[in-house]
Design a protein around this ligand. Sequence first.
Ligand code: SF4
Length: 354
Amino acid sequence: MSAPASPTKPEDLRRRLLAWYDRERRDLPWRAQPGETADPYHVWLSEIMLQQTTVAAVQGYFRDFITRWPTVHDLAAADLDGVLTAWQGLGYYARARNLHKCAWIVAAEHGGRFPDDERQLLGLPGIGRYTAAAIAAIAFGQATTVVDGNVERVVARLFRVRDPLPGAKTALYDLADTLTGAHRPGDFAQAMMDLGATVCTPRRPDCARCPLQADCQAAAAGDAAQLPRKAPKKKRPVRRGVVFWAERPDGAVLLRRRPEQGLLGGMMEFPGTPWTDEDWGAETAAGHAPIPADWDVLPGRVVHVFTHFRLELTVLRGTADGGDADGVWVRPDEFGGYALPTVMKKVARHAIRA
Ligand code: SF4
């Protein structure tokens, strides 16, 4: 790795960053006010939600969740479908399922109290290294090293690490670790995140406003906006599938539940073929039809991009009298009551438009 030197004393850097945080901290619905203790349930819930989207997008979901389920006991007792439905739009439904499972374990096995130790937190569903460290620091004042994308960027610039991500991750974590201290560790973690989100931003770091400017090697070298470097992304593979929009004469459409394990586990979908690398021929696809019907191919395709692949779906529409189908018949104006992932909402829009 390109040899970074230490900035000025870590305690000096921490002191300046905390002073900045006391003036500039973002007011977020899950954050404790200065002098208050953070609620571990709020910290955990917000951190799980923030794993996949922005602070701006999460605030509404967070408020909605704590209104519906004010405590971890309430969330543990909630119906999984209700949780998945409330999660709609946040993506990565496996996380919502793990959220529910984690709430259940905390309620049933820990008396409703989150463990205060990073190692024990790591043993809970849906809690990885970053989230465990964040909860331990923010909710319990443990001196953990909390490194998210914002912190990676700040550290890469501060130490002018020029090796690209993701290869540089371990080095950035180790460098962040040299800055961790026992004084106000939760505030320090949040200060680093806030600095990355509001000042040390990806394209235009506002170094003139930064409390760490005197320490920052990239600011001194003038290449902060180019860091951290990123290794070129691999092209996403394409997968293809066929979806059956099976409609009854009264307008109800057939939905079924996806298997509990795997992508979009437990969510609802329109029946279809598996998703494969090859295009589906009409005859092979017909073998996966949920009911006997004359199937018409709708023009165009539904495209959805997942993290690891791009999905292209052809939609076939057919009318049937209901019959003996595996699933539930739901009128389109009632889809909102079912946990339909975004890709299936796109299928619905496509079919209804057609
Ligand atoms: Fe980021 Fe600039 Fe601050 Fe360095 S001085 S940490 S590049 S905002």
